[in-house]
Design a protein around this ligand. Structure first.
Ligand SMILES: NC(=O)c1ccc[n+]([C@@H]2O[C@H](COP(=O)([O-])OP(=O)(O)OC[C@H]3O[C@@H](n4cnc5c(N)ncnc54)[C@H](OP(=O)(O)O)[C@@H]3O)[C@@H](O)[C@H]2O)c1
Length: 336
């Protein structure tokens, strides 16, 4: 058994992670840390979570852990990452702090200087299916953002098989449930503002997930289409549905493209390619670590529908999948 510590345990991602880890046969939860609720039980805050006493973040015994998961807002956990790695403790960071490999880009997008720029090149981007070999034995994993997970997984096989026409943009229209914005109260997330409403935000190229996605696309292909990305706030608690419009080189048929997806993902336990004519929905994926795709070719535009649960495949579930790969555990352990 390995010992895991969780920072940000009372947040949506942290509580989901503890729920998953509590049924994982290879992991013991050593501590669940909180600044605000230390001394209380986690299930007094999240009634569906296990009964774990929350420890003060400052007093959590980092040095006794084999691995720590950071489920904190961006930039709030960087110094814990540095301390953990110095103590020989492995880290999976669910925030965006180690996703971009350039400290200047990080400052431009997140508005704060990186405290450990030298670690950016060491961090492995934890898109499990695409980066599996690099995750084995990794010390620091940057868990991907929720929107990027839903978008990058179906685009990856198309880029590595040179199917895309780089002269036209990829257009992504994503919708997320409200838990994607975290648990801290914000006026635009109040029930009255969200319920019965549906709206886009950060339209085009201004959301922080744009550089994260473009960095990955560039790792897979020397020339890539521009990315236009518009997220929407969906009035449901959880789930992401991304509709992705991909420019395809002339001459491809839907069955060729389906064959590429089948070849890439046939052995993947958490990827489900839907049969022709069916499309992804939140109902396919809620509370699971599955990413489901629907594939539709209209002239020279491929329209993919991709759905995940933002708190599972988009956060805590993928973090556990990455931990399983990191340690050589069965990849599905705790997740099925
Ligand atoms: N929600 C998602 O769908 C999702 C998906 C992928 C990645 N992520 C990333 O995962 C991380 C956690 O997300 P979340 O949605 O779980 O957020 P959240 O619900 O807001 O929880 C974050 C937790 O961190 C602690 N915290 C808040 N402010 C803090 C501060 N200034 N200093 C130290 N601790 C603080 C809080 O717990 P205490 O007050 O109890 O300490 C809070 O419960 C974020 O970086 C987020 O971007 C989230």
């Amino acid at each position: 058994m390995i010992k895991a510590g969780i920072y940000g345990a009372t947040g949506y991602a942290g509580a989901e992670l503890i729920k998953i880890l509590s049924s994982h046969s290879e992991v013991e939860v050593l501590f669940a840390a909180s600044k605000t609720y230390a001394g209380m039980d986690l299930n007094s805050i999240h009634p569906d979570a296990p009964n774990i006493l929350l420890q003060d973040t400052e007093k959590a015994d980092l040095h006794q852990a084999d691995i720590v998961f950071l489920c904190l807002p961006s930039s709030k956990g960087m110094s814990i990452v540095v301390d953990a790695l110095q103590a020989g403790v492995k880290v999976i960071d669910l925030s965006a702090d180690f996703r971009l490999n350039d400290a200047i880009e990080f400052k431009n997008w997140y508005g704060t200087s990186h405290v450990a720029p030298d670690l950016l090149s060491e961090a492995v981007y934890g898109l499990s299916e695409a980066n599996r070999s690099k995750l084995v034995g990794a010390k620091l994993i940057a868990n991907p953002g929720c929107y990027p997970t839903s978008v990058l997984l179906p685009i990856w096989p198309l880029i590595i098989n040179s199917i895309l026409d780089n002269s036209r943009p990829i257009i992504v229209d994503s919708k997320s449930g409200v838990s994607g914005a975290g648990r801290s109260p914000k006026q635009h997330l109040h029930f009255v503002e969200v319920s019965g409403n549906f709206q886009p935000y950060k339209i085009g190229r201004v959301h922080r997930h744009v550089p994260e996605m473009e960095q990955q696309l560039s790792n897979w292909g020397s020339s890539i289409p521009e990315l236009i990305f518009t997220p929407h706030l969906l009035p449901v608690p959880r789930g992401i549905l991304s509709t992705i419009y991909l420019p395809i080189k002339p001459g491809h048929k839907e069955h060729d493209i389906r064959a590429i997806f089948s070849k890439t993902f046939s052995d993947e336990p958490f990827i489900k390619l839907l049969p022709s004519g069916q499309n992804a929905s939140l109902a396919h994926v809620l509370h699971s670590n599955i990413c489901v795709f629907g594939v539709n070719l209209t002239r020279d535009t491929l329209i993919i529908t991709s759905a995940i649960d933002n708190l599972v495949k988009g956060a805590a579930g993928q973090a556990v999948q990455n931990m399983n790969i990191m340690y050589g555990f069965t990849e599905t352990c705790g997740l099925k």
